[in-house]
Design a binder for this molecule. Structure first.
Ligand SMILES: O=c1ccn([C@H]2C[C@H](O)[C@@H](CO)O2)c(=O)[nH]1
Ligand SMILES: [Zn+2]
Length: 296
């Protein structure tokens, strides 16, 4: 298993350890749990879904990258497909606080980038901050998303975000995780194409400044992330963060990026380039290429 799991794994109950070991030992494990695996884990441990998700949180939290706080938050986004997606917070030394990724954003983005179409629930080891509550209120599950926390009964997002402000206040009705394809014209090498495809699938209803980032690590793997806007603007997730979430949660190292491509329109109302370049530089990557988006 990935060395980051070793300590947390040792703290799990014996029955869970036994059932989970082959899953974590699989070299193809990508921090997603399939419905059949979850069924097996529930049978082996006697835990129901909510209890199992809580029991797995230490593993999700061990994916955190927290050079500043050393405060590891773990989240599990539970899709309507029955698949569960790990997420963890990420901090970037040498960048700004605004570049931080919260565990909830990580799990949700992990699910979205993996093709999940809607979430049923999210389980987190700490109470979600206001920024995450707002981020979650952009999802197509709306205020009925179930939020599960240790020491609290499951509640809905509506309970955690009363008198909510959201997309409908700005007249937006097709929301985050709904399928939207801008169909930008593919071009260039595989990394460039991955960035363009991510931009096509990005969510930018407020600015129409669609964008995507693709990262290539030294082992040749490619991770593509999509921009995700928010009705309250500030909680929007930049495309670099989206790609870094995928890289990290799949077991990669964010300081191992060899080359990055940002796909955006140069006449867009918002531009990701300078923030992307600065955060990448903080991670030791100086090689950012840009590609302009075109429509047929
Ligand atoms: O809802 C929350 C609150 C905080 N954090 C992270 C952000 C930062 O990395 C650290 C300290 O706030 O915890 C989350 O991931 N989710
Ligand atoms: Zn948060």
């Amino acid at each position: 298993m990935h060395p980051r799991f070793t300590t947390a794994f040792a703290t799990l109950d014996n029955s869970l350890q036994q059932a989970l070991k082959p899953v974590l030992d699989d070299p193809n494990f990508t921090a997603i749990l399939q419905p059949e695996t979850l069924q097996h884990l529930m049978t082996a441990t006697g835990l129901d879904g909510d209890a199992l998700a809580l029991a797995l949180l230490p593993l999700a939290a061990s994916c955190a990258v927290t050079p500043i706080s050393h405060f590891n938050v773990g989240a599990i986004a539970r899709g309507v497909s029955g698949r569960w997606y790990f997420g963890a917070n990420m901090e970037f030394s040498g960048a700004t606080m605004q570049q931080t990724v919260h565990a909830e954003q990580s799990a949700i983005t992990h699910a979205w980038l993996s093709g999940e179409e809607k979430l049923a629930a999210i389980t987190v080891n700490y109470t979600p901050c206001g920024h995450c509550r707002q981020f979650m209120n952009e999802l197509n599950s709306g205020l009925s998303l179930t939020v599960c926390l240790p020491d609290h009964p499951p509640r809905t997002l509506a309970d955690y975000l009363p008198a909510a402000f959201g997309p409908a206040d700005l007249n937006i009705h097709s929301v985050l995780m709904d399928i939207n394809d801008q169909q930008f014209v593919p071009q260039g090498d595989p990394l460039t194409q991955a960035a363009i495809r991510a931009a096509s699938l990005s969510y930018a209803p407020y600015s129409a400044a669609y964008s995507g980032v693709a990262l290539q690590t030294r082992d040749g793997k490619i991770y593509a992330g999509r921009y995700a806007e928010n009705a309250a603007y500030n909680p929007s997730l930049p495309p670099l963060q989206s790609a870094l979430i995928l890289l990290n949660i799949r077991g990669g190292d964010c300081t191992d990026i060899q080359r990055a491509v940002l796909a955006e329109s140069d006449d867009a109302a918002l531009l990701q380039h300078s923030a992307t370049q600065t955060t990448l530089a903080a991670l030791g990557c100086q090689h950012l290429d840009s590609v302009r988006l075109t429509r047929t």
